[in-house]
Design a binder for this molecule. Structure first.
Ligand code: TXA
Ligand code: MG
Length: 339
């Protein structure tokens, strides 16, 4: 199958492909998604096949409006507040399913369904053209970093899907915050993203938990976001999460015959100019965690295509979007230095 490229002008054609049960990747404000019409079981099953995704890892349903009563069992008051404040935007909400609305392939057989309204004009237009909500897992091969450009999607899925809507680089660069609204213990963040815990607490006026805080209380529970147990986000080379002593580690790795890739802030890169043999990819200024998040996956993918044998990546403070950045980087990293 030849993968067609679409843009603003040809968005209707892309929507027609979805209507016909084809797969079309699309930009969102976070990362590119792999779209399929959520009413078509076969199309949804194809999404799992094309990505190489385990079938028990459910998909996010993307909508173009905050009027979602039709798609979920009930819309609690707190959901209404959150949608009013954060939709369209990088916040995925987990609701109880309404029987017969989506095929079970969408929810991986769970009793809950993830919903999100992306803040991206092309994505919203595509959903409207499709005439029904669309599923949208990140448009990468399972285990690879999520795609933040149409070229990344093409690299992983070219000739396996009908189309890609090209919207340029995505704005945020890490996947949406996933918030579970269905747990009797309270509001639980299953995956950190650009909408922070603090922001959620202010808007809901209640305590919001991180999944690892409640998971330790009853460790026998199955993981609530099945995806979290699979995520790797890793390039083929080992990634070392650097906390300090760059010079020491670089000297050691060079002596052992490595070719080194450095994924770090401009300030850190400047400190390393004595080592002329490094390959570098800038995450922007050290004070700009948004820039670092936006560039993280592109940087990992960049080094994946070079001959570097090891990647040294800079750690950032865990506040604001830094929580999401470090969550992804820690998953990609095989070790820390110093340990
Ligand atoms: O930013 C995003 O959310 C991107 C863009 C394309 O919208 N999408 C995305 O989808 O990251 P995906 O499939 O790569 O990640 C969805 C995550 C997985 O960790 C999955 O396990 C979790 O959401 N999830 C989906 N449905 C769920 C449910 N019913 N209960 C708990 N977790 C769920
Ligand atoms: Mg993903």
């Amino acid at each position: 199958m030849e993968t067609q490229l679409f843009n603003q002008e040809s968005i209707r054609e892309a929507g027609n492909l979805l209507k016909n049960g084809e797969l079309v990747a699309f930009p969102t404000e976070t990362v590119y998604g792999l779209g399929a019409i959520a009413s078509n079981e076969e199309a949804v099953e194809n999404v799992y096949t094309v990505k190489g995704r385990p079938s028990d890892n459910p998909l996010i349903v993307h909508v173009a409006s905050t009027e979602i009563d039709e798609w979920v069992a009930d819309v609690p008051k707190v959901a209404r507040k959150l949608m009013d404040k954060f939709w369209p935007g990088p916040l995925t909400l987990i609701f109880n399913t309404k029987a017969g609305v989506f095929p079970s392939a969408v929810t991986g057989g769970q009793e809950t369904v993830a919903m999100r309204m992306p803040d991206q004009t092309l994505a919203l237009q595509l959903i409207k053209e499709a005439g029904f909500p669309i599923v949208g897992p990140s448009a990468n091969t399972s285990g690879k970093p999520s795609p933040t450009t149409a070229q990344h999607v093409s690299h992983d899925l070219n000739d396996k899907i009908a189309g890609i809507v090209d919207g340029g680089e995505t704005k945020i660069g890490v996947e949406s915050t996933v918030l579970d609204l269905t747990d009797s213990r309270g509001l639980i963040i299953l995956r950190p993203g650009a909408v922070t815990r603090e922001a959620l607490q202010i808007v809901t006026d209640q305590k919001v938990w991180m999944s690892e805080e409640v998971a330790s209380a009853d460790a026998t529970d199955a993981p609530k976001a099945p995806g979290m147990k699979y995520m790797h986000y890793s390039p083929t080379q080992p990634v070392i999460l650097m906390r300090d002593n760059w010079g020491e580690k670089i000297a050691e790795l060079l002596a052992a015959g490595n070719t080194i890739g450095v994924l770090a802030s401009d300030e850190q890169i400047t400190e390393l100019t004595d080592f002329s043999e490094l390959a570098v990819y800038s995450l922007g200024s050290r004070t700009d965690e948004n820039a670092a998040s936006q560039r993280l996956y592109a940087g990992l993918r960049y080094f994946d295509m070079t001959n570097v044998t090891v990647i040294l990546a800079e750690g950032y403070p865990k506040d604001g979007i830094g929580v999401a950045f470090m969550n992804r980087l820690e998953k990609a990293a095989s070790s820390m230095y110093p340990e």
